[in-house]
Design a protein around this ligand. Structure first.
Ligand code: P61
Length: 472
């Protein structure tokens, strides 16, 4: 037997090891399944991972949304819920945290991100106006369209190329935006919809330079700039790491500086903010705030709870403070990167550079034998589940939906399967299991067949669609 020298992770990668800045106080047991059980479960779910029961899943990488582990302090905060209908003290804690860390003046809580998207879209978009943004997000674009807006993608071309190593693939292409304004006129632009990081591009960041220049451009034309701040703390990490002049600034400082260039933000607090439910809208303009807090009463609840319990707002206020700690965000993104490094080293096609919240497998390269209408990314999600019980999410043609005018599918350049990492939930050993399962599916890719959609809902079809395997 040859002698094997074990190596720590840091040694393998030529650096000192990092570890999570927390320890585990409570655990949730996982259920393992047999291949036969998974075959049956997947068939019942119409080969759609959204329709699986979570009891049928081993490692759940469907999403990082609402799936984070809260800290003991957040749980303690849940016991301090002030469930008054109006003026709950937890709302004021939340408002204070948002003012301190994001810097906006006025805050409206909502039940989750899309509640906030609905409100801002209804108020800030007039029918027929354009809403330029750095790549679409499913719910964001839908709410903009439901309000009569026309979404226009003005992200850098590099964002649509899974192989481009541009450090800020989330940036807006200012020339594309200028061209749109020149063509349509500034009054036809509702606002610029900026997301940091960009989920559908692979969790790719926006640079401080880009938002600074974007602000100046918007000011020149009198256009408002609103931010989807859902993963803006993760975005701040990439600025600290990659942008000149930011290495010594804290995540909290970077976050506040970035938000300072925008007129307001909406948030799915289920991501960065480390809670299981919640969202918010925050703006600097009093008149806009008055309209928002009036509309929130119609759709969510009074403006001091917005569809949330007092305890939810308390957990969010505490989660916001925890989320901007440098050690937290370094270990969070470090874990995602660890998985990415393994897969990259094994020659498995993923979106590069690795983003903040997930690894995005490039299903087009995985299955070159499949046409896009045969749902390569959905196929890959199904195969991964069958192999190991790992649940991932399709982010390709099924997610993109249909063009309302032509009725045809949108054909996104990116055909991806997302392995989304919940915050503070899984260990490095889980990442090893995931990596090995992806490799097993990759090794068997030659004989894999595609899918056809046999049931298609009208809105956000990917959530409830059903599929069948194409005959061989
Ligand atoms: C996700 F399959 N994201 O990534 P809400 N903005 C951004 C998000 O990532 C986001 C929302 C707004 C989810 C959940 C989800 O097609 C899907 O709190 C950048 O989910 O309402 C949510 O926030 C909306 C999964 C949403 C999907 C839509 O997993």
């Amino acid at each position: 037997m040859t002698h094997h020298t074990p190596k720590t992770m840091g040694q393998q990668f030529g650096r000192r090891s990092w570890a999570e800045p927390w320890k585990i106080k409570m655990v949730e047991r996982l259920r393992m399944t047999t291949r036969e059980e998974r075959e049956k479960a997947l068939a019942e779910a119409g080969l759609n991972t959204f329709l699986l029961k979570s009891d049928e899943v081993y490692i759940d990488l469907l999403t990082d949304s609402g799936t984070s582990a809260m800290s003991d302090e957040q749980w303690a905060g849940m016991m301090l819920g002030d469930e008054a209908y109006a003026g709950s003290r937890n709302f004021y804690h939340l408002e204070e945290a948002l003012r301190k860390y994001y810097g906006y003046k006025y805050v409206v809580p909502t039940h989750q991100g899309r509640g906030a998207e609905h409100l801002i879209s209804q108020i800030a978009i007039k029918k027929g106006q354009y809403v330029p943004g750095n790549m679409y997000f499913t719910t964001t674009r839908l709410h903009q369209e439901l309000a009569g807006g026309i979404f226009v993608d003005v992200i850098l071309d590099e964002a649509h190329d899974p192989g481009s190593l541009h450090p800020f693939k989330g940036n807006i292409d200012l020339a594309k935006l200028e061209a749109l304004i020149a063509r349509e006129g500034a009054e036809k632009i509702a606002y610029v919809s900026l997301a940091g990081t960009v989920n559908m591009a692979g969790g790719q960041p926006v640079s401080m330079e880009n938002v600074r220049e974007l602000r100046a451009l918007c000011d020149r034309h009198g256009i408002k700039l609103y931010l989807d701040a859902t993963r803006m703390v993760e975005n701040a990490f990439f600025i600290q790491e990659r942008e000149e002049g930011y290495a010594k600034k804290s995540i909290a400082e970077i976050l506040k500086e970035f938000c300072g260039f925008t007129d307001g933000a909406w948030m799915s607090a289920k991501k960065d903010n480390l809670v299981n439910i919640g969202g918010w809208l925050a703006v600097n303009d009093w008149t806009l705030f008055e309209e928002l807090r009036n509309l929130v009463v119609v759709y969510e609840g009074l403006h001091t709870y917005g569809g949330l319990a007092g305890r939810d707002m308390e957990a969010m206020a505490i989660g916001i403070a925890e989320s901007v700690e440098d050690a937290h965000i370094r270990s969070r993104i470090g874990q995602v990167r660890y998985l990415g490094e393994l897969l990259t080293d094994w020659g498995i096609p993923i979106v590069q550079p690795v983003g903040g919240h997930a690894i995005f497998l490039n299903a087009r390269e995985f299955y070159p034998q499949l046409k896009q209408v045969e749902f390569p990314a959905q196929t890959l999600a199904a195969e991964l589940y069958l192999d190991s019980g790992i649940r991932s999410m399709e982010r390709g043609i099924a997610s993109a939906g249909r063009d309302a005018k032509t009725g045809d599918h949108y054909y996104p350049k990116l055909e991806l399967t997302r392995l989304t990492i919940p915050r503070r939930v899984y260990t490095q050993a889980h990442m090893d299991v995931v990596a090995e399962s992806v490799k097993a599916v990759f090794d068997a890719r030659g004989t894999t067949r595609g899918l056809k959609m046999i049931y298609e809902p009208k809105y956000l079809r990917f959530f409830q669609a059903r599929f069948e395997r194409l005959a061989g």
